[in-house]
Ligand binder design. Structure first.
Ligand code: MG
Length: 186
């Protein structure tokens, strides 16, 4: 399987938390991060939801007040991502083809300025697309637990199998990172 050929360092996030609400944005800001690229499916909403609820709207209002620029970045198709992005009033990239670099570049071009890579963090629920894509692009990465695995599509289920094997590989090669990030709790 593909995980044999991939370096574990490309799959270790900077943060691992249960949900987006558990991220400490004051600490993240102190670290010098000012731009957040958010995955949507199973990071902000499960596949069977289509629009942001009040808690999500309040969440993005809050991080905007804290001084972060946000772009949504998803591998999902245009109608879903456009509807969600417009409802939140945030720029978005659909069909991003994560973990390829092109989608991340596209997302950063949505900003009015060119940020330093160290000031950008990707937030997502998948090791194989969000974390790997962020690392390949030289960006920071925060990993959250998927909101609802049951409704995931076949290709995401396949990614989860590879993710599981990669997590085992991280546990073997870098137990310190594995334990400090509590990756066993995924
Ligand atoms: Mg996702």
């Amino acid at each position: 399987m593909i995980h044999y050929f991939l370096k574990t360092t490309h799959f270790i996030p900077d943060y691992h938390v249960d949900t987006i609400y558990d991220l400490d944005f004051d600490a993240i800001k102190k670290q010098g991060i000012t731009v957040l690229l958010f995955d949507i499916d199973n990071t902000i909403i499960p596949y069977d939801k289509h629009l942001p609820d009040d808690a999500i709207i309040a969440f993005f209002d809050d991080i905007k007040k804290k001084g972060f620029e946000t772009v949504l970045i998803s591998n999902n198709h245009k109608p879903r991502i456009k509807r969600f992005g417009e409802a939140l009033g945030l720029p978005y990239v659909y069909s991003a083809k994560k973990p390829l670099r092109s989608g991340f570049k596209k997302a950063l071009k949505k900003l009015a300025f060119t940020p330093d890579k160290q000031s950008v963090m990707v937030v997502g629920d998948q090791l194989m697309t969000d974390v790997f894509g962020a690392r390949r692009s030289g960006l920071n990465a925060a990993l959250v637990k998927p909101l609802k695995k049951k409704t995931e599509k076949w290709y995401t289920k396949l990614n989860r199998i590879i993710e599981h094997k990669m997590l085992k590989k991280i546990a073997r090669h870098d137990p310190e990172a594995f334990n400090s990030l509590k990756l066993d709790k995924r």
